[in-house]
Design a protein around this ligand. Structure first.
Ligand SMILES: *Cc1c(COP(=O)(O)O)cnc(C)c1O
Length: 377
């Protein structure tokens, strides 16, 4: 293999923008510059385009356009969902339930809420990464105001049993929020059918621009704004709309809906091919439930291997160990530790996340390289 070839296998961290998305955005950088809140001609045209994007987003998850709140991405949407819901609904209580394998945006928001007087239960996962339902049921209390459980784990691709969790949560009259940042645009989502209360997403995880995302807020669910000001986004997120990015996210949603099945099949085949090759490496094993797992993610442990050395040495091959957000510090992934891996196993794990632009040749190249490195080390 040409060892300098650039290969991108980090689609769970971010994705390149789709050419058609970029094209849809271009006019709004220059000619169409109005403020979507203005009533004059310049504003009205923009407002129409933003409204269309809101419909494209809501269509992807089967919501109503007015249930979509645009934010700067998933992190902001998570902050709005969790803080906003628990503050607006404190009359029910001040107890929150989440899971140990959540994204840092959820965990750190919960930690902050603990500091200001809320109580949080962090539910364990089984060795396969799936939440411990019995523990979850035990922790639910009359004063549990919010349950926050992610749909797809960004490190392992593990899918949580969302439907069952929602049912149990609603029997307890608690609000259900899901961080669906790795699910939206990749798998079919029907918020209406599943009766989801709050759900967040981010465009740059599905070939849209960075710095734009949103929160779905089911009609009737009370959320207190975390950004006060001019009352944009039905009062939930003040600030002049990031029009260009919103248009791009709308287009990315439309494309995702149209091409989801085609991409899923292609990517699943590539992932399975890679997995078959890499599992031939002695003692290697998959992190996460093999059946309840997103089709694009392979998180694989090679005991006695230092994933960081690999990542440092082959900078032209983009893979990840642990979540990108904590990779500045070489720490074992909190997700893998929660799944019962020891520190060495966690540090010996690689996350290879595949996207629509990967090729069979790239799969062959990384397989060969890893097999060579690990088998004859
Ligand atoms: C990427 C990601 C986030 C953060 O999204 P941003 O839009 O970059 O803030 C949150 N949760 C999950 C599961 C993610 O994969």
């Amino acid at each position: 293999m040409d060892t300098s070839e650039l290969i991108y296998f980090d689609y769970n961290a971010t994705t390149p923008i789709d050419e058609r998305v970029l094209e849809s955005m271009m006019p709004f950088f220059k000619g169409y510059f109005g403020n979507s809140s203005s009533n004059h001609h310049f504003g009205k045209n923009i407002n129409k385009a933003v409204q269309k994007a809101r419909e494209q987003v809501s269509d992807l998850i089967n919501a109503e356009p007015k249930e979509i709140i645009f934010t700067s991405g998933a992190t902001e949407a998570i902050n709005l969902a969790i803080k906003g819901a628990v503050i607006a609904n404190q009359a029910k209580g001040r107890h929150i339930i989440t899971c140990k394998t959540e994204h840092k945006a959820v965990l750190d928001t919960c930690k902050y809420l603990e500091e200001i007087g809320f109580e949080v239960s962090y539910i364990s996962v089984k060795n396969d990464g799936i939440i411990d339902i019995d523990e979850f049921k035990k922790e639910l209390r009359p004063d549990t105001v919010l349950v926050s459980i992610m749909w797809v784990n960004n490190e392992t691709g593990v899918l949580q049993p969302i439907e069952e969790l929602i049912e149990i949560t609603h029997q307890n009259n608690s609000i259900f929020f899901t961080d669906a940042t790795q699910a939206v645009g990749k798998i079919p989502i029907d918020v209406y059918d599943l009766d989801i209360d709050l759900l967040c997403f981010s465009a740059h995880k599905f070939y849209g621009p960075k710095g734009i995302g949103g929160l779905f807020v089911k009609k009737g669910i009370k959320v207190e704004t975390q950004t006060h000001g001019g009352g944009h986004e039905i009062g939930l997120r003040s600030g002049t709309s990031n029009v260009t990015a919103i248009i791009g996210m709308g287009k990315a949603c439309e494309i995702a809906l149209e091409e989801m099945d085609k991409n899923a099949i292609k990517i699943l085949n590539l992932r399975n091919e890679l997995e078959t090759h890499l599992l031939k490496i002695e003692d290697s094993f998959i992190n996460g439930n093999k059946n309840q797992r997103l089709y694009n993610t392979l998180n694989i442990c090679f005991p006695d291997f230092d994933a960081n050395i690999f990542i440092d040495k082959y900078k032209n091959i983009a893979v990840s160990n642990g979540s990108a957000c904590t990779s500045a510090l070489v720490q074992p992934s909190h997700v893998l530790l929660a799944m019962g891996l020891n520190e060495e196993e966690a540090l010996g794990s690689l996350r290879i996340s595949i996207g629509k632009e990967n090729t069979y040749n790239e799969i062959k190249a990384i397989s060969k390289l890893l097999i060579k490195l690990l088998q004859y080390a």
